[in-house]
Design a protein around this ligand. Structure first.
Ligand SMILES: Nc1ncnc2c1ncn2[C@@H]1O[C@H](COP(=O)(O)OP(=O)(O)OP(=O)(O)O)[C@@H](O)[C@H]1O
Ligand SMILES: [Mg+2]
Length: 353
């Protein structure tokens, strides 16, 4: 169940370009911070892309969610590399990693931990569950009972676990990457909407293009690239990048644009459940991370637009008519993005700080 990364020989960022850069004054993401962020995320993306062929956008979104302090739901048909993506991202960072294979008999205490009475010391001792790690890979999350799913999802949201009245804080950075297969329904417990809302973004990996699939046959022939992947950053470095992302400026216009988009989902006749305020927060946070990865210290409406489908679609419920007409919530969100007026047509200058 557990994969430890610490033995993988991460040499630290000391030798990496930009590693010795001093941090910028508090309150603003400086140019040096952004260069450092671009450098480290570039290395993480390149490392993951040695394992997942032909999917740079998917890998970029996964790293965006990491920097935006969110959790990721990877949902797709069997065999497209969902588990591989989660494992590769976890392995590219030198931090504590736990993998949980969700099965119907998995108990909530396997996730959170239990207090066990120590006969010799005559006191209870807490045995931490699988959630106590920087990176938690939850494979096939829809195979566990709703009770176990909710144990995971509650701790994801609160970033803490309470067992027998004692609260334990989870590690930081903390990211859950959960995978599920939407086709196979037998013996599964689909995540309810309230639970899906806990995930910052949902991605589907999709089939690789023929050229990428050909490369996959070459690279995955004898040795799995995952086995040779070495960490390219550590938990402290990721925490520093997260701090940089928090300082990215979001102008009033862009904030209002994000709110207009989520409001449009709440009033859309095609939906019976719109996006929550949690969705608005996460949309803006993810947009900050994208802006930072693109080397900007301010968010553009484009960043919000780009992320809208991945961040919003999995939280929405279509009406019966939308379902009958076979329109997906992704298509509905794409429709909202083209319908809601975009601010900042006079150039980006006024979107800066
Ligand atoms: N785009 C890709 N690039 C490289 N390898 C890929 C790609 N897509 C699939 N694979 C390979 O296919 C195999 C299956 O991948 P994986 O186990 O991650 O699938 P999965 O989506 O988790 O499937 P399941 O739903 O059955 O758990 C792995 O060996 C993986 O390397
Ligand atoms: Mg899998």
């Amino acid at each position: 169940m557990t994969v430890g990364n610490s033995e993988l020989g991460y040499t630290g960022a000391a030798g990496a370009p930009g590693a010795a850069a001093p941090s910028a004054p508090a309150g603003a993401a400086g140019r040096v911070d952004l260069e450092r962020l671009a450098d480290t995320t570039g290395r993480i993306r390149a490392a993951v892309e040695t394992v997942i062929e032909g999917k740079p956008e998917v890998v970029k979104l996964a790293v965006t969610v990491l920097l935006a302090e969110g959790h990721l739901l990877v949902e797709d048909v069997p065999g497209v590399g969902k588990t591989m993506l989660a494992k590769a991202l976890a392995k590219s960072i030198d931090c504590t990693v736990r993998r949980i294979q969700f099965t119907p008999d998995l108990l909530p205490s396997d996730i959170t931990g239990v207090s066990i009475f120590d006969q010799q010391r005559k006191e209870f001792e807490f045995k931490p569950g699988a959630i106590f790690a920087n990176f938690v890979v939850g494979d096939e999350i829809n195979r566990a009972s709703p009770k176990t799913q909710s144990a995971l999802l509650e701790s994801m949201e609160e970033r803490q676990v309470t067992v027998d009245g004692t609260t334990f804080h989870l590690e930081s950075p903390f990211m859950v990457v959960a995978t599920q297969n939407p086709i196979e329904m037998e013996g599964t417990y689909p995540l309810p909407e309230a639970q899906r809302d806990r995930f910052m973004a949902r991605i589907s990996v999709g089939y690789p293009a023929p050229a990428a699939e050909l490369r996959m046959l070459d690279t995955h022939g004898v040795l799995s690239p995952l086995d040779v992947l070495r960490p390219v950053a550590d938990a402290a470095e990721v925490a520093r990048l997260i701090e940089t992302v928090r300082q990215i400026h979001v102008s009033d216009e862009v904030r209002r644009y994000a709110i207009d988009l989520v409001n449009a989902s709440r009033t859309s006749p095609e939906l019976r459940l719109g996006a929550s305020p949690r969705a608005t927060l996460q949309l803006v946070r993810a947009a900050r991370a994208t802006a930072a990865m693109d080397g900007r210290d301010f968010v553009l409406p484009d960043d919000v637009q780009h992320l809208a489908v991945s961040v919003l679609a999995h939280r929405l419920l279509p009406t019966a008519e939308t379902q009958i007409s076979r329109r997906t919530t992704e298509q509905v969100v794409a429709g909202l993005v083209s319908a809601v007026p975009v601010p900042g047509l006079g150039g980006a200058a006024h979107l800066r700080r």
